[in-house]
Design a protein around this ligand. Sequence first.
Ligand code: FMN
Length: 376
Amino acid sequence: MTKYSFLQPYTFEIKNITLKNSVVIQPMTERMSFEDGTVTSDETAYYAQHTGGAGMFITAVANVNSLGKGFEGELSIADDRFLPGLSDLASSIKKNGTKAIIQIFSAGRMSSTAILRGKQPVSASAIPAIRADSETPRELSEEEVEQTIKDFGAATKRAIEAGFDGIELHGANTYLLQQFFSPHSNRRNDKWGGSLEKRMKFPLAVIKEATKVIEKYAKKPFLLGYRISPEELEEPGITLDDTLQFIDQLKQTKIDYLHVSQSDVWRTPLRDESSRQIVNEALKKRISNAFPMIVVGNLKTPADAEKASESFDLVALGHESLWEPKWVQKITNNEESAIRYSIAKSDLADLGIKPSFMDQIADTMGGYANMFKEEK
Ligand SMILES: Cc1cc2nc3c(=O)[nH]c(=O)nc-3n(C[C@H](O)[C@H](O)[C@H](O)COP(=O)(O)O)c2cc1C
């Protein structure tokens, strides 16, 4: 009997899919794809090296159409020609029983004319993001909104064909699904915007389309996850109450899990500094066992994961999984003292982290100075 509850298997009851443990590896954009989004052998090697321990591994995000690209070196699932590479990617992850989930999105306004090779980024409305160098996007026409929903469906079908065990819709971190939900980026007056209810329509339509495709094409149980960011700092922006109401709607859908993107599992509300409420606890209470919740944010040690696992269904590792591909195995083998909690430049080649990925990681850590431990 293990001393850690996060090492216990987890079963998604409705689909009857069992994860060998309750640890998830988070989606992390590695910018190692070819320019057009085709999977590279560097990518499959990275995933093959880092998988095998956790119950479920979520890939870097893949764009569902060419206007949805948000980064150089990003994966694409926008066309059938990507299928051979995506099949290799799925196989490289599905080792020792680890389930492979592919995260899919459109970046919307979080892109640029440079990344889109001369095309203007798109969004719910023509409102730029509040960040340095952001560009004013073009508002998607109603026809384009309908087409984007279909593109999410076509991407889901490709994920099934490539042999993944599920998809995760990336509704977090300010990308297109969140842009439709947000009152900052969505100022539309048609059926896709105006009220909170209408701002939920695009994410719900995408979920419905993905569900339809899964029911039609998946020959074995296939998971449908949804990732959210519970709040936005912008004014106007997504409030915790908006998200709680969105959860009420998600409970009417067939999603298999909700993945909450936060920098700290135990964070209190962004928009109300006086509140001591733990955001994840409020979300969990509202979900009330309708579907499981994955929590993330600064989980590093087995003790961190255990504490989170006592309150939530599945616990996910981000940065820590980059430095320590054998995190689960070391715990299982009673080698906890050998877990790596930092990285040195000399570790990068061994860990399969290429320069473009390194840049991406450094960006998330406020620069290289914070990324590398002191080297003797
Ligand atoms: C290099 C890097 C790339 C990331 N790319 C994605 C991504 O493609 N999709 C996504 O939802 N989150 C992405 N994230 C956010 C992580 O999934 C996670 O939420 C974040 O790192 C916080 O968890 P941690 O404290 O355990 O690292 C990325 C994070 C990092 C470090």
